[in-house]
Ligand binder design. Structure first.
Ligand code: PXG
Length: 465
């Protein structure tokens, strides 16, 4: 077999990558010309690339490496589990210790009566499970017509047929015939971009009441559930106004609609509590989890399900759904170790009492930069809205994303991973980030914003649309 190692020249790795590897959400032909940046190692909050550059990972991989890179204790657990029991299924009346222990631990950590875990390999799969689960629930209850799920524009719930349909991303719908039937979308609580002259509080209420209007329009006997991310992540770290979630909760309670909180990003400490639902006062019937469940050390996700749904679906014969890797023993053992680390090292407390307050102070100060209209942060999820006019919160005249991309490129050149969504910059660093590492993040972000601003000025792109 060809030996391909970390020591190969970058150009050769890039050529092989371009020849054989299709990248997710990527224009492969364009990437082939430029060449992918090849990441070779990770330690703490830092990545190393094939040129030996040290990069501060302000995104924790893809919002997931919450305990930081390179933990030997997790690697040891994985190796041990592979030797002891590398795989067994949980389909045909069998179970195994890692799946049992992890489900019990998740039930302990999850609020209220969210006491049951249906495992998946990813967040997308878990949301596909949720579609089937809530439809099955109402079917068993004798209301098979109650099968419409309401979601939101610019939501992200994955990219499988189900996950992509629940999500509200136009780019995903444009390819492959999505959304599937009986999933509908209301507006998002994105005050900065869509709130116009309303106060954030008024706007939050208005957007929440779109749910009530939609339920009335469709008929309550047709609506199964509402799904939302406590804070939209991939949509650009959209932190809802304080009025939004309480109103959504009131409406779901009033009409008896199931509430699904997609906690794939917000779960396991990201917002300064174990779950984003706790930060925003949401009482969901189902939570979607993935990413931070294992800190990305192994692919695993799932649905945390309340007593009533688990009893109803579980009490009505076979639920004909499952994945080969449901509760995969190695992934489950890794996730369990990750949860132990978060608890023993008090990482949620670190986010709440140390990292968030310090980053908040430094992040907010970026609002003094001429390009920054708003710098917002919940826990360790942050966004910066770039604008040519702070007073009006105007968008740029250039095609949406042009400025954000240029800023991202400056960040990447300055060894900081800070993503862009349209013309918003976003961060979601490992939860273990220290104040001195936050200083480096801010220093690199400021330098990148300065360089981006200078470039926009000289290219005449500082114009409002
Ligand atoms: N729900 C939410 C809230 C997510 O953020 C998923 C579901 C799907 O999880 P899987 O494991 O199937 O990817 C996600 C994933 C981005 C980006 O560009 C975000 C995600 C995935 C890929 C890219 O920010 N979030």
């Amino acid at each position: 077999m060809t030996q391909i190692t970390n020591h190969m020249p970058t150009r050769e790795l890039q050529a092989l990558d371009a020849a054989h590897h299709m990248h997710p959400f990527t224009a492969d032909a364009e990437l082939a010309e430029k060449g992918a940046r090849i990441i070779t190692r990770g330690k703490g909050v830092y990545l190393t690339d094939s040129e030996g550059q040290q990069i501060l990972d302000g995104m924790a991989g893809l919002w997931c490496v919450n305990v930081g890179y390179g933990r030997k204790d997790i690697a040891e657990v994985a190796a041990r589990q592979m030797e002891e029991l590398c795989y067994y299924n949980t389909f045909f009346q069998t179970s195994h210790v890692p799946a049992i222990a992890l489900a019990a631990e998740i039930a302990k950590l999850a609020p209220g009566d969210l006491n049951h875990v249906f495992y998946a390999g990813s967040g997308s799969e878990a949301n596909d499970t949720n579609i089937r689960l809530v439809r099955r629930y109402w079917d068993v209850k004798g209301q098979p017509e109650k099968n419409i799920i309401i979601s939101r524009k610019n939501a992200y719930h994955g990219s499988t047929m189900g996950g992509g349909s629940l999500g509200g991303m136009a780019g995903i719908w444009a390819q492959g015939g999505l959304p599937i039937p009986n999933i509908v979308h209301i507006g998002q609580p994105y005050w900065y971009g869509e709130g116009k002259d309303m106060s954030p509080e008024e706007f939050g209420l208005m957007r929440a009441r779109e749910l009530e209007a939609k339920i009335e329009e469709l008929g309550v006997d047709r609506v199964a559930a509402f799904i939302g991310e406590p804070v939209q992540g991939a949509g650009g770290v959209v932190i809802p106004p304080a009025t939004y979630w309480p109103e959504i909760q009131r409406i779901c309670d009033k009409y008896g609609i199931l509430l699904i909180a997609d906690e794939v990003i917000t779960g396991f400490g990201r917002t300064g509590n174990w779950f984003g639902s706790q930060t925003f006062g949401i009482k969901p019937h189902i939570m979607t989890i993935a990413k931070g469940l294992s800190s990305g050390y192994a692919p695993i996700g799932g649905s945390i399900v309340c007593d009533e749904i688990a009893a109803t679906v579980g009490g009505a014969g076979d639920f004909n759904h499952g994945y080969t890797y449901c509760g995969h023993p190695v992934a489950a053992a890794v996730a369990l170790k990750n949860l132990e680390i978060i608890q023993e090292e008090k990482i949620v407390e670190h986010v709440k009492n140390v990292a968030h307050p310090y980053l908040m102070e430094r992040w907010k100060a970026l609002e003094d930069h001429p390009l920054v209209g708003e710098a917002a942060l919940v826990g360790l999820m942050g966004s910066i809205a770039l604008t040519p006019n702070k007073a009006t919160r105007a968008a740029f005249a250039s095609e949406a994303g042009t400025v954000g991309y240029r800023c991202r490129e400056r960040c990447f050149a300055n060894n900081l991973v800070m993503r862009h969504v349209g013309d918003r910059m976003i961060i979601s660093p490992p939860l273990v980030i220290t104040p001195s590492e936050i200083d480096i993040l801010i220093e690199r972000a400021t330098k990148s914003l300065d360089e981006c601003y200078a470039g926009l000025k000289s290219d005449g792109l500082l114009k409002a649309g």
